[in-house]
Design a protein around this ligand. Structure first.
Ligand code: UD1
Ligand code: MG
Length: 450
């Protein structure tokens, strides 16, 4: 039996060079950094170095089961308006509807696959010491539990498999869309890789900021769509034309949008369920927006742009819901930067290729606000600690806002101390209100703005 146990050392036996040792040390250091980051260590215990399979199963109990009731309610809440719009409200071509439904069916499979794979992957990441401590439970027994990190890797992999398989059901080999679709997938895949690198190596903040611009390169280089923008009607008299060709500036804008979407999801974080929750809310709003645009338009190209977005956002939503079932309060897994970057990049890509980046930015309203509040610390003008989370009081179980410039702290300073769960629900509600505001704005400005 003993011989079968595969320790990291055994695995690389014969290549036991400096590189192997460095790799093991890097994994252990990344975990240590997380565990000790800004007094995050609930006890003085340091995370153990990578352990054998036998000892890991002995010391780390399996993660808590998924919160299925929550996900069921969320699915019901979203599916009713969504399928009403798809089947009843608008007359959508059969072909398009068929593709959307095949994609939805694949996404459901992806949901169950992700839910099954997360506990398995959790064991593996724990074995490699990739875990974090729940900072907002510091001082309670829950704060001493090793929570597996970077489970976004499961979501990312399942998403990519679904998105690749879906091409078989929808696109023909000579389809023009295929080039951009695969370029989009390459960018998302690159982002997952860089996010995982960040989780393992814990790269410095300034480098983190740059990663999405590297990952966006495949899309920027392959993009052959138009580089024009339609000038809002009230501004036409000032600009002198209705359509403006931005040329390379448009590509720069695409790159900046990718950097913003990824990082803005990553820094509006630190509460159980917030990273995935905000993605679920925004993705739902994007899907409803896409169906409304398809239903209201008669331009085939415009419809395809929005259908393209649906094909990527449905799998994103389904796999994210599976992750949320484990990440919701109290979190049994953390999503890692792998997930936040992946989700941000996917939404940026669909906003760019679907040509609705302005609408997307309004869906991102809380993230924009959080970014503005964060600017003094991000720019280095004010000191930026490793974690900018609220202060947790183990006696009352409540969080209090600190002076760090984040929306979470700002909100707490306005409404007073709150429990982590109710704060997260409040913030997701604010996110949903922002999306409703966007729909209203589009409704009232239709015809007048563009
Ligand atoms: C970003 C934020 C940081 C915030 C962190 C939380 C900036 C510049 N950076 O950093 O302020 O503290 O996200 O994700 O704004 N964690 C929890 N509870 C959760 C989620 C995470 O305690 O619900 C802790 C865990 O210790 C986990 C760690 O945060 O291991 C993950 O942090 P990471 O995603 O690496 O932080 P950053 O993205 O660098
Ligand atoms: Mg993060």
């Amino acid at each position: 039996m003993q011989q079968r146990i595969e320790t990291p050392q055994r695995k690389f036996k014969g290549f036991e060079t400096n590189k192997t040792l460095q790799r093991n040390r890097a994994a252990a250091m990344a975990a240590c950094k997380r565990a000790s980051a800004t007094t995050a260590t609930p006890t003085e215990t340091k995370p153990n170095p990578p352990q054998t399979q036998e000892t890991t199963t002995q010391t780390d109990p399996p993660i808590a089961p998924p919160k299925k009731g929550l996900i069921f309610n969320l699915c019901l809440f979203f599916s009713i308006p969504y399928f009403y719009l798809l089947f009843q409200r608008y007359t959508i071509e059969q072909d398009l509807k068929r593709s959307i439904l095949i994609n939805a069916a694949l996404s459901v499979v992806g949901f169950f696959l992700t839910q099954r794979m997360i506990p398995v992957a959790s064991r593996y990441v724990l074995k490699r010491s990739l875990f974090g401590f729940d900072i907002n439970k510091k001082g309670t027994p829950q704060g001493t539990v090793k929570v597996p990190e970077s489970l976004g890797i499961v979501v990312g992999i399942v998403f990519l498999v679904l998105a690749i398989l879906f091409q078989y059901f929808n696109f023909t080999a000579d389809s023009n869309w295929l080039v951009e679709y695969n370029a989009a997938l390459a960018s998302i895949c690159f982002m997952i890789l860089l996010g995982f690198v960040d989780d393992v190596l814990d790269v410095p903040w300034r480098v983190k900021l740059l990663l999405p611009s590297i990952a966006a390169l495949p899309l920027l280089m392959a993009y052959a769509g138009h580089t024009t923008i339609i000038i809002p009607k009230p501004l036409v008299s000032y600009v002198g034309q209705e359509v403006l060709d931005l040329g390379w500036v448009y590509k720069l804008y695409m790159g900046l949008l990718a950097v913003f979407c990824t990082n803005s999801i990553n820094i509006h974080a630190g509460l159980n369920g917030l990273e995935v929750g905000q993605t679920v809310v925004i993705a739902s709003a994007i899907l409803i927006h896409n169906i409304m645009q398809i239903g209201a338009s008669s331009d085939p190209e415009y419809k395809h742009a929005h259908a393209f977005s649906i094909y990527l956002v449905q799998p994103l939503l389904a796999t994210s819901l599976a992750l949320l079932s484990y990440n919701w309060y109290p979190s049994s897994v953390f999503v890692g930067d792998t997930y936040t970057y992946f989700a941000g990049m996917t939404m940026a890509v669909v906003g760019i290729l679907g040509h609705y980046s302005e609408t997307l930015l309004i869906f991102f309203l809380p993230q924009v606000l959080n970014f503005l509040l964060s600017l003094p610390q991000l720019s280095g003008y004010v000191k930026c600690p490793r974690h900018r989370l609220p202060r947790f009081n183990p006696g009352t179980g409540l969080l209090t806002g600190t002076r760090d410039g984040t929306l979470v702290n700002f909100y707490l300073r306005i409404v007073g101390p709150k429990s982590e769960k109710s704060l997260c629900i409040h913030l997701l509600f604010v996110q949903a209100l922002g999306c409703c505001f966007c729909f209203m704005l589009r409704y009232f400005l239709a015809g007048w703005y563009k």
